[in-house]
Design a protein around this ligand. Structure first.
Ligand code: C2E
Ligand code: CA
Ligand code: CA
Ligand code: CA
Length: 278
């Protein structure tokens, strides 16, 4: 009836208002997240498939907001990108992750540290100086630092992206392509960009045991990586069946709930020990 239509309209209108209001409140609160010390990094181990040992971690950001509680990066990173707070946030992430790597190294645990870099952060003039100062301030061995970039970072202005990537390689850090296989012209990147690692997207890993198509894709990515001399990491590995397949394919590292979810820095050393002991 007419009345229902009106109610539906009102519902959508109110819903839209609510979403806009939430977005604005998050946007506003995010601007103070760094200064107010509300950001936290968790670390997820990467396990070497040949030795079974943890050789590195990926730093994953969390926002512990007094107003909104724990906010997922899926929710706040797009907002941080749209209001460009991702630049100071990304700087904090780099410095904190590098500082943590050095703290673990001093405890005898020398791990590779992978840090996610937003396309906005990568395209800003700041990224090179952010990386250099994080290295200079913390004393991390640049060879231990790996920057994870998504393909969307590279498509828009490939020439500029290549220049920035070459600069980062000159500084000495590694460059991983995150969510590999989900973008467009994946293959030509490998020819032109100084990539050191490919991360096989979780969407190809989920049904690896059931889906022959996914296995074919994973196999091709590993083969491709080998011929370009880059390493491979499979993300989102949850089961032994997936691990066995990846091991047969010759994938180098796996990351996923099978070994550990992302954990707080204080907990990581113990997790590494537990994985070592099997
Ligand atoms: P990503 O870089 O692809 O990170 C992997 C995501 O998969 C993480 O979600 C991780 O917790 C989750 N994951 C790991 N193992 C498993 C598994 O076995 N099963 C399942 N279902 N999920 C698994 P998280 O921590 O929520 O991060 C989501 C995304 O937010 C990241 O995806 C990345 O794109 C972004 N992000 C996180 N931290 C940062 C950061 O410091 N800077 C930037 N720019 N983006 C970040
Ligand atoms: Ca990542
Ligand atoms: Ca990923
Ligand atoms: Ca992914």
């Amino acid at each position: 009836s007419k009345g229902e239509g009106k109610n539906t309209f009102r519902f959508f209108h109110e819903e839209l208002n609510r979403i806009t209001r939430d977005h604005m409140a998050l946007d506003h609160a995010l601007r103070h997240a760094v200064q107010n010390d509300e950001l936290v990094l968790l670390y997820q181990p990467k396990v070497n498939l040949e030795t079974g040992e943890v050789t590195g971690v990926e730093a994953l950001l969390r926002w512990n907001s007094p107003t909104f509680g724990m906010v997922s990066p899926i929710r706040f990173i797009p907002i941080a990108e749209s209001n460009r707070t991702i630049i100071p946030i990304g700087e904090w992430v780099l410095r904190t992750a590098c500082r943590q790597q050095v703290a673990w190294r001093e405890q005898g645990l020398d791990l590779d540290m992978a840090v996610n870099i937003s396309p906005i952060q990568f395209k800003s003039q700041a990224v090179i100086s952010q990386v250099s100062s994080a290295i200079a301030e913390t004393g991390i061995d640049p060879a231990r630092l790996e920057l994870e970039l998504t393909e969307s970072t590279l498509v828009e202005k490939p020439e500029a992206a290549m220049k920035t990537m070459n600069n980062l390689r000159e500084i000495g850090c590694g460059i991983a392509i995150d969510d590999f296989g989900t973008g467009y012209s994946s293959l030509s990147y490998l020819r032109n960009f100084p990539v050191t690692c490919l991360k096989i997207d979780r969407s190809f890993i989920c049904e690896l045991a059931k889906n022959a198509g996914d296995r074919a894709i994973a196999r091709s990515i590993v083969e491709l990586a080998k011929s370009f001399g880059t390493c491979t990491v499979a993300e989102g590995v949850e089961g032994m069946d997936q691990q066995d397949i990846l091991s047969d394919l010759g994938c180098d590292y796996i990351q996923g709930y099978l070994y550990s979810p992302p954990v707080a820095a204080e907990r990581l050393v113990q997790v590494v020990q537990e994985i070592k002991q099997g």
